[in-house]
Every structure is written in structure tokens, then in C-alpha cells.
Design a binder for this molecule. Structure first.
Ligand SMILES: Cc1cc2nc3c(=O)[nH]c(=O)nc-3n(C[C@H](O)[C@H](O)[C@H](O)COP(=O)(O)O)c2cc1C
Ligand SMILES: [Mn+2]
Length: 490
């Protein structure tokens, strides 16, 4: 043990990727060395907790910003979060992989893994307004004019156009009523005080258009280095004019403290690590991309929105968070809010829906598994149609019975292999809206497919009886297996 964490004076672990064993997604990490419990409201507490439970790898100093940080973080994705002290040779550490396992998200919330979706949904229905405070650590230093080249901003994928901020919460205000919106957008570093931003047609773009119509720039704040629950809240699927920071408050169980930016009216979490203040420019578009996206393909280069930077505020010893595009951290941040919304929506029409899962193989967006207690024949196909309507990203739906573990792809495959007949149980709808980032669509227009892998309600005895060896689940291997035993054939 030597040195310390870049954010305090604890012991340091050096990273040895050779020794890493991939745990199954969702499987809990060994419970030891920490008696802290969620909800975690502070990034540094979360990092300490990951470190105390052997889920944080600290690299030797000065890893390169171009590709090396992303490469190491990707190798550790889903296994350990990573820390890169003095990344790129500067003074600021880079961190990655904060929420790269479902079980970790449950721990961050302080609930059982089986309660994550209902807990999240409850938070979205019970927002907790933020509380403004006069000062906060995120403004310990104010840098004006701003220079983005002083921040350790990594370049991630081979064909990316350059360095990208990928874990920045973009906060804007409705120009008419001041309601804030929080979302994550990829941000290309186009110059020392200039960013290119991809704004897909949701709330940030709606507010930007309102400002642009009256010839105004839209003030923004970009928050980097924030606790995992606020990251998750930024991905909530809400109607416009619902402030995602209030969902963060609900998940925290207490209001988020915010401070006003130094150059505009946007309110930002007081305990964040770094805030970049700026303006989304009216009537300016510049080339942005290509950039490696969540479906594991590049988003193309095109003219996109531009943010001019006015100031950077930060903690004295700030941490810079980066999310590797398409890594599990990225995928899960989108998956949990989507699953929570889809589950609530399906249950409204189909009380027999028990659980839903957006599979990693379907990049946590396109493949939906539904666990369902069917009451009448045909109902599973109605569930399929409901799932298509619940979120346009959902492309393939598999409905299974309640005895199938939808978090285990092998189980879902088994249900498909043994309970599904294509001429009877398949639903295909063509020419629907899908994901523009799915390269097999025509600019987002493509087919949906549903597979009803539930067994018939009325079946002859034994036909669908799952085989079972009595006592299998109770075998105590440690007590039974003798590792020193003589070979009985010797
Ligand atoms: C790591 C990450 C990167 C993202 N990048 C973008 C992006 O570049 N452009 C975009 O429009 N949405 C992006 N998203 C998705 C939005 O943040 C998400 O849909 C959000 O909920 C939209 O918020 P809104 O409903 O308030 O508009 C990203 C999400 C994550 C987790
Ligand atoms: Mn929103």
C-alpha cells in the first residue's frame, strides 16, 4: 500500500488487467470492507465505496488522453471503475465506469437489485425541487476566459473527430419560464473555447429553438463529475418542462443543493467537480463527428450546434469524468430509465407483466425481454404491440413466462428454442419509427419484430414440465468435494 487516492489520503491499488475476472452483469460484488449504504449523493463517497469493495482500479500516472484511457476503461468496463491520476501529464485525474454494473446501481440507490426499476419510477413520479445555496465547492476556482485545453479531455475511438466531453450534464433553461432541463450530449472540442454538440430532437433542442426564434443564444452549463444517481436522473424519460435535477433529489432522498453559474442564470449542483459555462449559439452550425456511439458504430459527421464557452469553474482538486461510448456505463445509464418507463407503461394495460429487461446484446435499447404471466391466449401478442409503442428504440421483443430469468440471455434463448413457433408466434410490423443510429434502418425507419415465447395456457401434463433434479439447489459443494481425495481409479 502506498500513495493515496487522488481525492483523499487513502491507500492506492495499482491496476493489473491480467488479473481481472469478468463477473456476470447484475451479479453482486463481494460484500466486504464497507458498511456504507445508499443512497449515495456525493461522487467522492461513491468512489470511496467502490474502492472499499475492491471495484476501483487506479492506473499508474500519466496515461495518454488519446485512446489509452478509453482502452483501459473499456477493458475494465463492468468489472471495475477506473481512475487515471495526472491523466495526459496534467494535474487532473480522469475517472470512468462509475455505473457499469446493474448491481452497483442498486447499491448506489440503496435498494435491492429487484427493486431498481420501481424505485426509479417512484422517483420520477415524486420529484423533489432543488435548494439554492450561496456558494459551493464547484466554484472554488473560476477561470475566465476559459481554456478547454487545460482539461484532460480524452479521445476515445479510432475514427472520432478528436477529443470529446462525454459525461457532461448539459443544463439549459426554458427561455419563457425558466424551468431547467438536464441531459447528456456528446460534445466535440472544436477549439479552446468552442464545443460542437449533437442535440437530437428532445428538450434541449426545443429550448434552443425557442431562443433561436427570437435571435437569442441559449445559456448553458455543462456539469462534469457528479454522483451516479444524478447521472441516472439526467436520463429520465419525462415530459418537457420537468426538471431532471428534481428526480436526482428524489433519488437522493433530499434536495440537490445548487449554485447560480458565474456568467448566466443556470443553476448547477454545488458539489459537482467542474462546470463549463457557455451559450448555445443561435443560427450557427459547424461540422461535428464522426463519433463512436452506443450501437458500436460511428455517428456521422454533419453540421451541428455550437457552444461558445465563457467560463470554467471547478473544485481546487477536481476530477474529470469520461464515459466510453457504447461501454456498459453508457448503456446502463440509458437502460434503467427506459426499462422503468416501459414497465410502468406495459403494466397499465397488462397487469400480468412482471419485469422487463433491455439486453446488453441489443445495446440496452433494441432488444426487450418481457416476463409475463399470461391469463388468456393471444395476450402476449398484445404485450408485444404495447412494447413497440412504449419506446421507439425497441426493435425486437421477446415475451416469456414467469419461470424464465430474463436477465440471463441463455434462459431467454431456451424459451425461444422450446416454446416459440415462427408461423404461429411471430409478429412483424414494417415501416415503423426506430433508432436513427441503427445502421440497418433507412434513416430510422425500419421493422419491428415480436416473438411470443410463452407456452400455451392449456397443455398436456409433462409437455412443458421443466426437468429438475431434486436437491440440486441445496448441494453444499464445499462440504462435499474433497480436493485432497485419492483418485479412485488409481
Ligand atoms: C453517455 C451519453 C451520451 C449521450 N449523447 C447524446 C447526444 O450526443 N445527443 C443526444 O441528443 N442525446 C444523447 N444522449 C441521450 C440523452 O442524454 C437522453 O436521451 C436524455 O434523457 C434526453 O433528455 P431530455 O429528454 O430532457 O431531452 C446521451 C446519453 C448518454 C448516457
Ligand atoms: Mn427533459
Amino acid at each position: 500500500m502506498c500513495g493515496g487516492f487522488p481525492w483523499n489520503s487513502r491507500s492506492q491499488i495499482f491496476l493489473n488487467p491480467e488479473k481481472i475476472i469478468m463477473p456476470q452483469q447484475g451479479q453482486s460484488a463481494p460484500q466486504h470492507a464497507s458498511n456504507r449504504k445508499g443512497p449515495f449523493t456525493q461522487l467522492r463517497d461513491w468512489l470511496d465505496y467502490l474502492a472499499d469493495t475492491d471495484r476501483l482500479a487506479i492506473a499508474r500516472e500519466k496515461r495518454k488522453l488519446e485512446f489509452e484511457i478509453a482502452a483501459i476503461a473499456k477493458r475494465l468496463d463492468g468489472v471495475k471503475a477506473s481512475v487515471f491520476p495526472r491523466a495526459g501529464g496534467g494535474g487532473m485525474p480522469v475517472i470512468s465506469g462509475l455505473t457499469s454494473n446493474r448491481a452497483w446501481i442498486a447499491e448506489a440507490m440503496g435498494v435491492e437489485a429487484s427493486d431498481v426499476l420501481e424505485h426509479y419510477q417512484k422517483a420520477t413520479l415524486n420529484p423533489l425541487p432543488w435548494r439554492e445555496v450561496a456558494a459551493g465547492p464547484v466554484q472554488e476556482e473560476v477561470h475566465r476566459p476559459a481554456d478547454l485545453t487545460k482539461l484532460p479531455i480524452p479521445t476515445h475511438n479510432e475514427l472520432d473527430s478528436g477529443a470529446y466531453i462525454t459525461a457532461g450534464l448539459l443544463i439549459v433553461r426554458n427561455p419563457a419560464n425558466g424551468v431547467q432541463n438536464v441531459s447528456i450530449h456528446r460534445l466535440q472540442v472544436s477549439g479552446p473555447d468552442r464545443l460542437g454538440a449533437l442535440l437530437l430532437p428532445r428538450h434541449t433542442l426545443a429550448y434552443q429553438r425557442m431562443a433561436e426564434e427570437s435571435g437569442q443564444d441559449l445559456p448553458v452549463a455543462i456539469v462534469i463529475g457528479i454522483d451516479p444517481l444524478t447521472l441516472l436522473a439526467s436520463q429520465a424519460i419525462l415530459p418537457i418542462d420537468h426538471d431532471e435535477l428534481e428526480i436526482a433529489g428524489a433519488l437522493h432522498g433530499k434536495p440537490v443543493d445548487v449554485v447560480r453559474c458565474t456568467t448566466n442564470d443556470v443553476r448547477v449542483p454545488a458539489h459537482a467537480e467542474i462546470v463549463i459555462e457557455g451559450r448555445l449559439l443561435a443560427r450557427v452550425r459547424e461540422p461535428e463527428g464522426p463519433f463512436g456511439e452506443f450501437p458500436q458504430y460511428y455517428g456521422p459527421r454533419a453540421d451541428q450546434h455550437v457552444i461558445a464557452i465563457d467560463a470554467v469553474t471547478k473544485r481546487r482538486q477536481a476530477l474529470f469524468h469520461t464515459i466510453v461510448g457504447g461501454g456498459i456505463e453508457h448503456l446502463l445509464l440509458g437502460a434503467i430509465p427506459r426499462e422503468a418507463t416501459i414497465l410502468a407503461q406495459l403494466r397499465r394495460s397488462f397487469p400480468g407483466v412482471i419485469d422487463v429487461h433491455l439486453a446488453l446484446g441489443g445495446v440496452c435499447r433494441y432488444h426487450l425481454y418481457v416476463k409475463f404471466k399470461k391469463r388468456s391466449e393471444g395476450e402476449a401478442k398484445n404485450v408485444i404491440l404495447g412494447a413497440f409503442a412504449a419506446h421507439y428504440d425497441v426493435k425486437h421483443v421477446i415475451v416469456v413466462d414467469e419461470d424464465v430469468d430474463i436477465h440471463n440471455p441463455r434462459e431467454v434463448d431456451w424459451a425461444l428454442a422450446t416454446r416459440f413457433q415462427a408461423d404461429r408466434d411471430l409478429v412483424v410490423v414494417s415501416g415503423t419509427q426506430g433508432s436513427k443510429l441503427d445502421p440497418s434502418t433507412q434513416d430510422g425507419v425500419g421493422a419491428k419484430m415480436g416473438m411470443d415465447a410463452t407456452k400455451p395456457l392449456d397443455t398436456p401434463v409433462l409437455r412443458y414440465q421443466r426437468i429438475h433434479v431434486p436437491g440440486e439447489e441445496d448441494v453444499q459443494l464445499d462440504a462435499i468435494i474433497d480436493s485432497q481425495a485419492a483418485r479412485p481409479w488409481a
